[in-house]
Design a protein. Structure first.
Lengths: 106, 271
């Protein structure tokens, strides 16, 4: 699964706004969960920043903690987007992993 | 009193001769009478046929279903060749595509019920691979992919004569009261279907086998029909039969027969 993107993006263009929805595959471990077999704590592993760009301009930067659910889902409403505009969503977690994906509104 | 005894006798003689087709029709007529506004095909949506608000929320989640990553994984697992170059597709009719609606079925030679999960494990054993645990993520993802290819097709559970005893046992399991709370499956899903149990609506038995595996918002992952059976038994404080045990397979067979003609819409989402 190494080559699969962890980000899925879908958008819907309405007359007065554009709805962009994203689903991110991430374990979002809090650091308080225990391994059922060994009873050892599972190290914290969660997304710290989620960046939402519209035509390479940062529109929103979300600072997240471990309180966000596994495989988080976000939706954004943006007003100025036109068909053919580029949306970039990227995340970075506390262990230094990151991913990014581009999406064209259509 | 005499009339009552007579009518009881008539009733019992009638039920003794009930046929599977008759059972199915009787249940459909019962729901039709209880919920005249609900179309037959809507029973595939379970409780969401009963409440417009929760249906709207459900449809909204379905626009971008949370099980998509699991479904993709299922597709990759399904198409990954085994070490002997064979793959899952070789074990199934039509390469495993659009066949989930035919399960469970009665196998004449084995004299047992074959469910989709057991067929997947049979395939692995045939290829000298260890069987998967029945509630593991891997088998659930595989089932999700196979169910997805059958989306929109109609449940078609055939009932040959030799399968009748298994059907009858499944039916008996469904109507048998058990557990500390002394509930049968039918107590909730026939007698009280569509009513509230605390804040939740009880689903009708018709359509129970259409939408598996289902992503439960409560557990945050895909789970199988047998996992749900186990939860039901635990909630009524009865003996919890293992997933894919004979009892639960017979129950699945019975329920699947009742749901004949409903469209498959798994994997789906449930609260």
């Amino acid at each position: 699964m190494a080559n699969r993107s962890t980000i899925k993006i879908r958008s819907k263009h309405f007359p007065d706004y554009t709805l962009v929805r994203t689903l991110i595959a991430h374990t979002m471990e809090t650091g308080r969960n225990k391994n059922q077999d060994t009873k050892a704590l599972i190290p914290a592993h969660f997304i710290q920043t989620l960046t939402f760009k519209h035509n390479d301009k940062v529109v929103s930067e979300c600072h997240m903690g471990f309180g966000i659910s596994k495989n988080p889902f976000f939706s954004f409403k943006i007003k100025q987007a036109k068909l053919g505009d580029k949306i970039t969503i990227s995340w970075k977690d506390n262990l230094g992993f990151s991913d990014s994906k581009d999406h064209i509104i259509q | 009193m005499k009339f009552l005894i007579l009518s009881l006798l008539v009733l019992s003689s009638f039920t003794a001769h009930s046929t599977p087709a008759g059972d199915s029709q009787a249940l459909r007529d019962f729901y039709q009478q209880q919920f005249p506004t609900i179309e037959f095909s809507e029973y595939a949506d379970g409780v969401y046929a009963f409440d417009a608000d929760s249906k709207a929320a459900w449809l909204d989640i379905k626009q971008f279903p949370p099980y998509e990553f699991s479904l993709e994984t299922g597709k990759i697992l399904f198409n990954r060749p085994f070490s002997n170059k064979s793959q899952y597709a070789d074990c199934f009719a039509n390469k495993g595509i659009a066949i989930a609606q035919l399960y469970p079925y009665w196998d004449e030679t084995k004299q047992s019920i074959i469910t989709l999960a057991s067929a997947i494990n049979d395939c692995r054993l045939k290829n000298k691979l260890p069987a998967l645990a029945y509630e593991s993520d891997e088998i659930t993802y595989l089932m999700a992919y196979m169910a997805d290819t059958s989306r929109g097709l109609f449940i078609n559970t055939r009932l040959p004569k030799s399968a009748l005893p298994a059907y009858e046992r499944g039916k008996a399991y469904f109507y048998q009261r058990r557990g500390q709370l002394n509930f049968s499956c039918a107590s909730c899903h026939v007698d009280n279907a569509g009513k509230f149990i605390r804040s939740e609506i009880l689903s009708p038995a018709l359509g129970h086998t259409t939408h598996w595996p289902a992503y439960r918002l409560k557990t945050g992952k895909l789970g199988s029909l047998h996992t749900r059976f186990k939860v039901c038994n635990r909630l009524i404080r009865a003996k919890v039969h293992e997933a894919q045990s004979t009892e639960l397979r017979e129950l699945e067979f019975f329920l699947s027969y009742l749901s004949n003609g409903l469209p498959m819409n798994g994997p789906s989402i449930r609260k």
